[in-house]
Design a protein around this ligand. Structure first.
Ligand code: PLP
Length: 399
């Protein structure tokens, strides 16, 4: 039964959950007098590193900033290539362009929506000078990391996991995404629709101390950090004693720092991560069950349900068969107060990438996926009643 459209009753496709503890945590920072570069940043980094099982974590202003720095560290640049999946947010690919490098795409596996190792192998056979491979754990489902890592090793590229969707997800071996057992770096996002919200924010985890030290410098203008040796020793001392004001910019870095205000919120949210993911999993299992016998509509991912971070719930719909195009279906859902979205337009199909010479039709699995995909609501606060409403609307409109 259609309900009148009303923003306050609108069910979005994704939404963060904020409680009084989060508000208190942020207020605590505001009262503390330290707004940035303080203890909340360190505490959040330590908490995530420990949770995912990585030696180091570095918090940044966004996952986009994190991907930029990670691709720099991997050595992407003029004449060097980064490979990622076509079905991702543009930031995963843009990371290569920011540093003047080339970007290539390896098509998805239609069953997982993740980068296909077979497609990756084919791309690697045609490309040289690959410095970084960025698999994207789409919707929180971990990629086939052992296969991707062995292909990367064979061509001397670093693996950077784009885990913007996958905080809290586990690999089939039970390790957590972010432990970097099959990569050099893993990138997370704390944008509000993600597993936990910082407002904006990102993080890189790594087990490599030299990568960690370089990232620390690049996060803050390329200025020396920790016990980095000074390059201009004479400027650093007076009569053999350290000059208290002295610091050095040793390479060209950025201002990609995150504030204590954001990290206090993220840390408070992080304490609820398991609850957030468990609820998302419940919602997903219910959708899976109740959509299992629809003729022209199926979940885009079915494997790894116990392991995924469940950032998105994507349906694949045969729009021709249901007699409605995607726009009509989205409008019909919207009239029933249900938000939906498309994740994602294949990156090579964007005008900027077409201008660079990419042809979306070269990635047929991604193209077909894009024609059929629609994300429907999944978030912690989605009530059973709201989910029932979504399920009956989908059954009515698509079934
Ligand atoms: C797969 C993926 N990578 C990277 C990003 C960029 O994250 P941020 O908004 O934190 O820069 C996003 C954001 O939506 C994403 O979905």
């Amino acid at each position: 039964m259609a309900r009148p459209q009303n923003e306050s009753t609108m069910i979005p496709y994704g939404k963060h959950h904020i409680d009084e503890e989060d508000i208190k945590a942020v207020a605590g920072v505001l009262r503390s007098g330290v707004l940035t570069g303080g203890p909340a940043v360190d505490a959040f980094e330590q908490a995530v590193a420990q949770y995912v099982g990585a030696k180091y974590a570095i918090a940044l202003s966004s996952a986009t900033a994190a991907l930029h720095l990670a691709s720099m560290v991997a050595g992407v640049g003029p004449g060097k290539t980064l490979i990622t999946s076509p079905i991702t947010f543009v930031a995963s690919a843009n990371a290569g362009l920011y540093v003047g490098g080339d970007v290539a795409f390896a098509d998805i596996d239609p069953l997982t929506v993740n980068m296909s190792p077979v497609a990756l192998k084919n791309v690697l056979e045609k490309q040289s000078n690959i410095k970084a491979i960025i698999p994207v754990h789409f919707a929180g489902l971990p990629c086939d990391m052992p296969s991707i890592k062995s292909l990367a090793d064979a061509c001397g590229a670093l693996v950077i996991e784009d885990a913007a969707h996958a905080l809290g997800a586990t690999y089939p071996d039970g390790n957590r995404v972010g432990c970097c057992s099959h990569s050099s770096m893993t990138v997370f996002s704390f944008h509000p629709v993600k597993a936990i919200a910082a407002g904006e924010g990102g993080m890189i985890t790594t087990n490599d101390e030299s990568i960690y030290r370089k990232l620390l410098r690049l996060r803050s203008h390329g200025i020396n950090k920790l016990d980095d040796a000074f390059m201009e020793v004479s400027m650093s001392q007076t009569n053999g004693h350290p000059n208290p004001w002295y610091y050095e910019m040793q390479e060209l870095g950025f201002h990609y720092r995150i504030t204590d205000i954001q990290c206090a919120l993220a840390l408070s949210q992080f304490k609820k991560l398991e609850a957030f993911i468990n609820r998302r999993r419940e919602i997903v299992e219910r959708y899976d069950l109740l959509f299992s016998n629809l003729q022209y509509c199926r979940p885009a991912q079915t494997s790894g349900r116990a392991e995924s971070g469940h950032h998105l719930y994507v349906l694949r719909i045969d729009f021709e068969k249901i007699g409605k195009n995607r726009k009509q279906l989205m409008e019909a859902l919207r009239k029933r107060d249900i938000g939906s979205q498309v994740h994602y337009i294949p990156v090579p199909a964007h005008p900027y990438y077409r201008m660079l010479g990419f042809l979306p039709e070269e990635f047929p699995n991604s193209q077909k996926y894009y024609q059929e995909a629609l994300s429907i609501p999944v978030f912690y606060d989605l009530t059973e009643q709201q989910q029932n409403h979504v399920i009956s609307a989908i059954k009515e409109l698509v079934g």
